[in-house]
Design a protein around this ligand. Structure first.
Ligand SMILES: [Zn+2]
Length: 92
């Protein structure tokens, strides 16, 4: 899994290592609402597109790659205190 970290001041956003990325594709041809999405498998999207094109002749698609992120506030910040309080009082 690729991991990227983006920093904005002391705030950090990281990819959530506990959540799989999602690959999705949808057909752009008029009057076709076919779509497909899957977790952690970009090859399955390529296979779906090839099969859809073979079956319909459609070859225009939208593709999306999504992944979950986690924001980490600066140490000692009010936001960090709120997160700790929220996680401490969460119902499990
Ligand atoms: Zn289509």
């Amino acid at each position: 899994m690729t991991r990227k970290t983006f920093r904005f001041g002391e705030w950090t956003t990281e990819r959530d290592p506990l959540t799989c990325a999602e690959f999705g594709v949808s057909c752009r041809e008029p009057d076709c609402d076919a779509s497909f999405s899957i977790l952690e498998d970009s090859r399955a999207v390529a296979v779906w597109k090839a099969r859809h094109t073979e079956a319909t002749g459609h070859r225009m698609f939208w593709e999306a790659y999504r992944y979950a992120t986690v924001v980490i506030p600066p140490p000692g910040s009010i936001a960090e205190q709120k997160i700790e309080e929220r996680e401490r009082t969460a119902q499990w």
